[in-house]
Design a protein around this ligand. Structure first.
Ligand SMILES: C[S@@+](CC[C@H](N)C(=O)[O-])C[C@H]1O[C@@H](n2cnc3c(N)ncnc32)[C@H](O)[C@@H]1O
Length: 200
């Protein structure tokens, strides 16, 4: 038994519905940077079922040993060892990617972290590069469900800086950073997948 190997039940449950959206989106792409990989379960699953991709997981330093244990166990050649990446840090990877994927991260981050996410992602994406983000979003100044409202209250009780972000605010940050919203997919349990593309 590997005591370092973390596990998230929700990640296990949402990986197939997320795949159904990102598989066609990433079908002709090569290099993907995952931001906030968490346990590493998505990284293993997506790189396994999309072997043409070169998948780069990342997260805060303290999450890396757990992700590494999933990477080691997978033995996948197209799955890289995780790298430390705090979206607010100036130390983003030097290389560029075809797409960025991030699940259930923006509602964990503070508003400043989300601003930094959108202002920094362009540094690692070429023109036409994609950002695909999965998670809950508010819209028209409201929660989209009672369960999201309870979830938001719970998030704030754990960390007052966390909380579900407004779709319109995220889209405005993305547009200011030179991205255009190209896809918006409703997902089970009041989640969404939003896809932005870097404009010339
Ligand atoms: C709820 S978990 C989601 C993990 C995974 N993506 C999933 O869907 O299972 C949120 C993740 O965001 C990461 N995170 C929080 N703040 C961050 C930041 N400033 N930069 C990068 N990652 C961050 C946390 O370390 C954590 O792994």
């Amino acid at each position: 038994m590997n005591l370092m190997k973390p596990f998230s039940e929700s990640t296990e449950q949402n990986k197939q519905v997320i795949l159904a959206i990102i598989q066609p989106l990433f079908s002709k792409l090569k290099r993907v940077l995952e931001i906030a990989s968490g346990t590493g379960q998505h990284a293993v699953y997506f790189s396994q079922v999309m072997p043409h991709l070169d998948w780069q997981p990342s997260d805060l330093e303290n999450a890396l040993p757990g992700i590494q244990s999933w990477v080691n166990e997978s033995g996948l050649k197209n799955l890289n060892p995780p790298i430390a990446l705090d979206v607010s840090s100036p130390n983003w990877p030097q290389q560029t990617f075809d797409a960025i994927f991030s699940a259930n991260s923006l509602h964990i981050m503070s508003q400043q972290h989300v601003k930094d996410f959108f202002s920094n992602v362009g540094r690692v994406l070429d023109i036409n590069g994609l950002i695909a983000v999965y998670g809950p979003f508010n819209e028209h100044g409201q929660f989209t469900s009672e369960s999201n409202q309870h979830f938001d209250a719970w998030l704030k009780s754990c960390n007052p800086d966390s909380g579900i972000k407004a779709f319109e605010w995220c889209n405005e940050l993305a547009q200011k950073a030179g991205f255009k919203l190209i896809e918006d997919h409703p997902m089970p349990q009041n989640n969404r997948i939003l896809v932005w593309q870097k404009m010339a």
